[in-house]
Design a protein around this ligand. Structure first.
Ligand code: NAD
Length: 366
């Protein structure tokens, strides 16, 4: 049972050991010499439906790191999709290598591997993968979503993700402060990329006092000039006095080195896998009295968007309405965590598993 194992312990296990501990159904290892493709497709759980989750292209330091990433990310998708009320299971793919490898043949070869799973896995974009890449994949498989608008798709899901993060942040503020107003709150946004920049628009409209950081200085200055936000250094974001910290860059920023430096009462952001070790660091946040809105719960807007596109029932209004529900779900999970005195991450996983088990049981009947 994962609850008693730390990330470090899991990492040291064999591949089957990791699949067993994290409760995966399948891990597909794919290679193609001609195109240089090295791909891993993780299918975590398909009880609710096909495993949906994006493809990440990254120069991993080792094969072990790539395996760890695909397993963690696909498991997170199971919980994300379940809590968002979607009829999708959880999956994710990682492509190992330099983004320069991305050619038509490379992407189409990858598409053929996805097709070989017969619909058990549905892909979309993630880090270093764009809507245009999905077009090539779509030439080889139907099991792809997140296509550009001019190809009948729903386009970039980031604005919807940002709206969901905003809803989750308001719910967490309600829990921590008794009011969901963000007016006057000092909010630090780490990463002003696609999700961060749309989130900032909502926060500016509400009258929050904004602090931003990014490794891309040009982007940072541009956003600061447009919003009046105060720019912080990459490390300064952890030490600066603020009410809410919003990680919107990469995962793992809640760890042994950062948690004790944070002065905030609330953490709510869009990045995946914010807790470096979900058990240890989830507990540390609880002990420090910080209200943490679990990432997979509040960043589900994007998958709600691509999920609607996949089922051919895309309507922007409906997608935003479904994403707005993240507010209520987040509040109820934070309340459950408070009653049980457990980390919010654990309460969110419990709720996701409860839905999967309940729906799994009804499927037993013919
Ligand atoms: P993005 O690449 O557009 O933006 C990420 C930003 O973070 C970039 O501006 C980058 O320069 C910055 N960054 C990277 N490392 C940093 C560091 N150490 N310190 C400060 N800034 C740093 O990506 P995105 O689409 O905005 O996604 C952001 C996060 O949200 C990712 O973790 C992604 O997996 C997650 N997410 C995104 C979506 C979506 O719809 N785009 C959906 C769910 C989850």
């Amino acid at each position: 049972m994962l609850a008693i194992k730390t990330t470090e312990t899991i990492q040291n296990e064999s591949i089957f050991g990791q699949l067993t501990t994290l409760e995966h159904e399948q891990l597909l290892v794919c290679q193609d010499k001609d195109t240089g493709l090295k791909a891993l497709i993780g299918v975590h759980n398909t009880v609710l439906g096909p495993a949906l989750g994006g493809t990440r292209l990254w120069s991993y330091a080792s094969e072990e790191a790539a395996i760890r990433d695909v397993l963690r990310l696909s498991r997170g998708m199971t919980f994300k999709n379940a809590l968002a009320g979607l009829n999708f299971g959880g999956g994710k793919a990682v492509l190992i290598g330099d983004p320069k490898l991305k050619t038509e043949a490379y992407l189409r070869r990858f598409g053929r591997f996805i097709e070989s799973l017969g619909g058990r896995y549905v892909t979309a974009e993630d880090v270093n993968m764009k809507t245009a890449d999905m077009e090539y994949i779509a030439l080889e498989t139907r099991h792809v979503t997140g296509l550009p608008k001019n190809k009948g798709g729903a386009g970039d899901p980031s604005p919807v993700t940002a709206f969901g993060v905003y809803m989750g942040m308001k719910a967490a503020a309600k829990k921590a402060y008794g009011s969901d107003s963000l007016a006057g709150k000092k909010i630090g946004v780490q990463g002003v990329g696609q999700v961060g920049k749309y989130l900032i628009n909502y926060l500016v409209k509400e009258g929050a006092s904004l602090y931003i950081t990014d490794i891309d200085h040009e982007k940072l200055q541009e956003i600061a000039a447009g919003t009046g936000a105060t720019v912080l250094g990459n490390e300064e974001i952890y030490d600066h006095q603020m009410d809410i910290y919003s990680p919107c860059a990469l995962g793992g920023t809640l760890n042994d080195h950062t948690i004790e430096r944070l002065t905030c009462q609330v953490i709510a952001g869009g990045a995946n896998n914010q807790l470096e070790d979900e058990n240890k660091h989830g507990k540390m946040l609880l002990e420090r009295g910080i209200t943490y809105a679990p990432d997979f719960l509040i960043n589900a807007g994007g998958v709600i968007n691509v999920g609607a596109e996949y089922y051919g029932e895309y309507e922007e209004k409906t997608v935003f309405a479904q994403t707005e529900k993240i507010y209520d779900t987040c509040l109820s999970i934070l309340t459950a965590a408070e009653h049980q005195q457990i980390p919010a991450q654990e309460a969110a996983i419990q709720a996701a598993k409860a839905r999967i088990e309940a729906i799994g049981r009804i499927k037993l009947a013919y």
